[in-house]
Design a protein around this ligand. Structure first.
Ligand code: ADP
Ligand code: MG
Length: 261
């Protein structure tokens, strides 16, 4: 579905110098895979997504999405969920969820029915007439997930979507996301700096570290599904994965090519 081939990204700093943010990044995200990229702040994670979405030009290497080389903005059949819920403030929950269908020319009665189903699926069935300002942060996030799922993109990019939420709300939303993903398979590339979140969600965790950011490891997560995220941290398997992945997140970790798949 998605392949990064020796991707390097350089930016020009405000002082006019060049800085390399990502170096030689290669990994593949398979169809229907839940792939999580984890790394500390500043290692180039958001840049990586922006490159894959074609929002920012690649300096070297290439990204292939669905058999096509990414050269301009990828808008068809992808969803993009960021930290901000990005809801339309003057539209209700139902209208927000319906809006992508309107753009796609879906007839009004069908849009309403589909949006209502998605409002239910994310737990907002009782709040369809609320405005974003009347929702909690977690509910706003539910709304933005529904607004993405409603048009059924094959690939969803998520950039630290649960970052600003409290730990309890975040865990509940992670479980909601996994349940949705398990019933309506999608390819997901999920970015986080939170190692627990990465292990809890992913089929695979790609560790990026350093400046410039490079791929330190690509680690399969063999934890069985469905996963009860709230109880995961107590399992021995989880603790072992956590310890292992942490070793790649230590500052100054150089190369661990042995882990690369
Ligand atoms: N448009 C830009 N121009 C110059 N530098 C940038 C630009 N965008 C990001 N950077 C730099 O790239 C580095 C990685 O940023 P980012 O991808 O946002 O990291 P992360 O998401 O992992 O925290 C940072 O040092 C940041 O300053
Ligand atoms: Mg970021």
């Amino acid at each position: 579905m998605l392949e990064f081939r020796n991707v390097t990204k350089r930016f020009e700093t405000p002082g006019g110098q060049e800085v390399t943010v990502l170096q030689d990044v290669s990994f593949t995200v398979d169809d229907d895979e839940f792939c999580v990229v984890v790394g500390p702040s500043g290692c180039g994670k958001s840049t990586l997504l922006n490159l894959a979405l074609g929002l920012v030009p690649i300096s070297e290497g290439e990204i292939v999405h669905d058999g096509k080389r990414v050269e301009s903005i990828v808008s068809s059949d992808v969803g993009y969920i960021t930290q901000d819920a990005n809801l339309l403030p003057w539209s209700t929950v139902l209208e927000n969820i319906m809006s992508p269908l309107e753009i796609r020319g879906v007839p009004k009665t069908e849009r309403r029915a589909t949006a209502r189903e998605w409002a239910e699926a994310v737990g907002l069935g009782k709040f369809v007439d609320y405005y974003p300002g009347q929702l909690s942060g977690g509910m706003q996030k539910r709304c933005s997930i529904a607004r993405t799922m409603v048009y059924d993109p094959a690939m969803i990019y998520m950039d630290e979507p649960f970052g600003p939420l409290d730990a309890i709300t975040r865990t509940i939303l992670q479980e909601t996301l996994l349940n949705l993903w398990q019933t309506r398979r999608k390819t997901i590339l999920f970015i986080t700096h939170d190692l627990v979140e990465a292990i809890a969600l992913g089929d695979t965790v790609v560790v990026i570290n350093g400046q410039p950011g490079t791929v330190k490891a690509r680690i399969p997560i063999p934890l069985s599904r469905p996963r009860e995220i709230r109880h995961l941290a107590a399992s021995t398997e989880f603790v072992e994965l956590h310890t292992k992945i942490w070793s790649y997140l230590e500052p100054g970790v150089e190369s661990n090519a042995g882990e690369l798949v």
